[in-house]
Structures are given as structure tokens and as C-alpha cells.
Design a protein around this ligand. Structure first.
Ligand SMILES: [Zn+2]
Ligand SMILES: [Zn+2]
Length: 353
């Protein structure tokens, strides 16, 4: 029994609007509903079958997927996730998530492109009530961000070991890296080092305009790498605005600019994350907000784990986790799917799995 796709699209638009989501997103669902309403019912079904809905003005990938699901008699995933969070107090849910977080798995120091020494980042994390901070400076090929060579990373590991002896009881810096996912999907650091680190975040920083097939292959190869624990800011997008005052030193490489999402097969990527138990990062940076909520919902639906990270390049930015928590709460991400709600011991046991 198929559902009424137009009614489903209008319902989604209504729920988005009520949740105070961006106008352009609401409009996307309304214009798709209007485009379909102008056609004979039979043609809608035919176009859906032939994969030709997106040829219509006003119908995009997301809306055509909803239509296909409706016609197949399923409640569209997009609608289901909106209904799941409907009526819940999102502020309370976001606060609950934030309170559940015990640490941050993606941070930078002045060893790469951050603005502050490791110890200052650590002390700010202690102040925030974190139990751990994973230090993830960049890898060698990211020269603009002064990525660490194998030699410098080894020095950093010794330095972190010394710092940990002096830090307050109950808090520790965990070792890590934000390793570049290279063009062929390999990771930009020596295997022996990747094996030694507590947490490995892997991100695409170059060739973000790779075509869909190439980018998908590249990401799948990285996800299948047993050293990769977290897939960082998966679309690479930069959204237009950032809140006032969010600039300054320690923000190198993250200047305001916009960039479209990379194109990849999100279903294949998230399925691989589930298969290899790789967590999907919810990057809290205001200019990134990556992945977008529709992809967080799809990753959740696929069964992925998440890490709500700040990608902080300065101590004050460690408090940005609440932005990621708000986005996660809007998508209905429960705390038990978020790896940084775990203790440091559990986290390390998982990364050594
Ligand atoms: Zn990055
Ligand atoms: Zn980063």
C-alpha cells in the first residue's frame, strides 16, 4: 500500500518549520510537494520508478528519496526521524547529551595549526569537567596546517606522557591524530604510529571535489582501515555564517568561507562505518556543522556510532560541544550511540578492538 507522497512532503515541511529549521530547507519540501501536485498521480509513480523525479524543477535528491519511500508504502526516514524528536524538549535533550560527554576526541594544539600549547588545552578541558582530551594534530601532508612528521609525532607522544604525570588525578590527555585520508584512501602516517595512538580520526582535506565514485571509494578504503576509529567532518562543507566573535588567533585554516559538501554515496559510507565499527563525527564547529542533519539522521538510521567533537583549535573552542549536541538532539541521537560518553578506559578498549 503506497502512501501519499505529497502529504508526506507537506508534513515534513510543517514539522521542520515548527522546529524553526532553516527556511530554505522547509521550502525544499514545499516546492517538491507543489511540483508533484501539478502532475497526474500516475506520472509521479512512473517518474519515481524510472529515477526521473529529480528532473522536475523543485525536486532534489532528499525529497525524491522521500517520495520513493512513500510510494513504496514506507514512512519516509526523514519524516520518521522528525516524528521521533517531535514534542521532546530539544534544549533538555541537548543538555542531557552534553552532560553525558566525558571528553573530546578531536582537538588541535600549536604543534600543528592550533593556537595554544597542549597544556593550556588540557587545563581548559579540566575546567569544563572533561575526563579526557584526545589530542589530534594534523598529519604530514597537510602542510598548510603544519602537519606533524612521524618524528615530531613521536616527540609529541613523549611530551604528552610527561604532561600526563603533572595533570590532575582523574584527567588525562589521550594520544591521537587527525590523519589525512589520501587520494587513494590510505592514511597519511606510519602504520606503527597509527597502531600506537589511542584514537585515530581520519578526514578528507584535499581533493574535496572528487567525483562521487572516486570519493566514495576513497572513504570506503579509509573506513576499512583497522586503524581508523572516527570519520572526521565527512562532507567537508563550510557553511556561510559563523557567530559573531568566533574568529581570531588559533583559527588558522578555518577562516570564514563556504564550500559545498563533497559528493559521496552516504548510504554505502555509513553502512561501512557500521560494518567496521567506525564512529561518524558530529563536528561542532559553527562554520562546519558537519555532517548536515539529514546525514546525521541517515547515519543514525543505518546504526552508526557517533563522536561529538569540537575540532577545537583554541581552549575556548572546547566549549563548542554544545553546538554539536544541539544538532545531535534534533536528529534524535541517543547518548548510548556516542562514543565520547564512555570513560577513557572504555574508549581505549574500543579503539584497540
Ligand atoms: Zn579537519
Ligand atoms: Zn581538525
Amino acid at each position: 500500500m503506497s502512501r501519499d507522497p505529497i502529504a508526506d512532503l507537506r508534513r515534513i515541511a510543517f514539522l521542520l518549520e515548527r522546529a524553526n529549521e532553516a527556511t530554505y530547507r522547509v521550502r525544499a519540501f514545499r516546492s517538491a510537494a507543489n511540483a508533484l501536485a501539478a502532475l497526474p498521480t500516475k506520472e509521479v509513480a512512473e517518474r519515481a520508478r524510472a529515477g526521473k523525479l529529480t528532473e522536475l524543477a523543485g525536486v532534489g535528491d532528499v525529497t525524491s528519496r522521500c517520495v520513493a519511500e512513500s510510494l513504496a508504502g514506507e514512512e519516509p526516514v526523514y519524516l520518521r526521524r522528525l516524528l521521533a524528536t517531535e514534542g521532546s524538549d530539544l534544549d533538555a535533550e541537548a543538555t542531557k547529551l552534553r552532560t553525558a560527554l566525558r571528553g573530546d576526541c578531536h582537538t588541535h594544539s600549536d604543534w600543528s595549526d592550533g593556537g595554544s600549547p597542549i597544556e593550556e588545552m588540557a587545563l581548559a578541558a579540566v575546567e569544563l569537567g572533561h575526563e579526557y582530551l584526545v589530542l589530534t594534530d594534523h598529519s604530514p601532508r597537510l602542510k598548510v596546517a603544519r602537519g606533524l612528521t612521524a618524528g615530531r609525532l613521536r616527540q609529541q607522544l613523549d611530551h604528552v606522557a610527561r604532561l600526563n604525570e603533572a595533570l590532575p588525578e582523574g584527567f588525562r590527555i589521550l594520544t591521537g591524530i587527525e590523519v589525512d585520508i589520501l587520494a587513494d584512501g590510505s592514511l597519511d602516517q606510519e602504520e606503527e604510529l597509527l597502531a600506537r595512538l589511542d584514537v585515530v580520526v581520519g578526514s578528507v582535506h584535499s581533493g574535496l571535489n572528487d567525483d562521487r565514485a572516486r570519493m566514495t571509494r576513497r572513504m570506503l578504503t579509509a573506513i576499512a582501515n583497522p586503524h581508523l576509529d572516527i570519520l572526521g567532518h565527512c562532507t567537508g562543507r563550510m557553511v556561510s555564517s559563523r557567530p559573531a566573535g568566533v574568529t581570531g588567533p588559533g583559527d588558522r585554516g578555518h577562516r570564514a568561507r563556504t564550500r559545498a559538501e563533497s559528493d559521496f554515496d552516504a548510504d554505502a559510507v555509513f553502512a561501512a562505518c557500521v560494518e567496521h565499527d567506525t564512529a561518524v563525527e558530529i563536528n561542532s564547529r559553527p562554520e562546519r556543522q558537519d555532517p548536515p542533519k539529514r546525514l546525521i539522521r541517515r547515519a543514525l538510521e543505518a546504526g552508526c556510532r557517533f563522536a561529538i567533537n569540537t575540532d577545537a583549535h583554541a581552549p575556548g573552542q572546547l566549549d563548542w560541544q554544545r553546538f554539536g549536541c544541539e544538532r545531535a538532539a534534533r536528529c534524535g541521537v541517543p547518548a548510548d550511540r556516542v562514543i565520547n560518553t564512555w570513560t577513557a578506559e572504555d574508549l581505549i578498549a574500543w579503539t584497540r578492538r
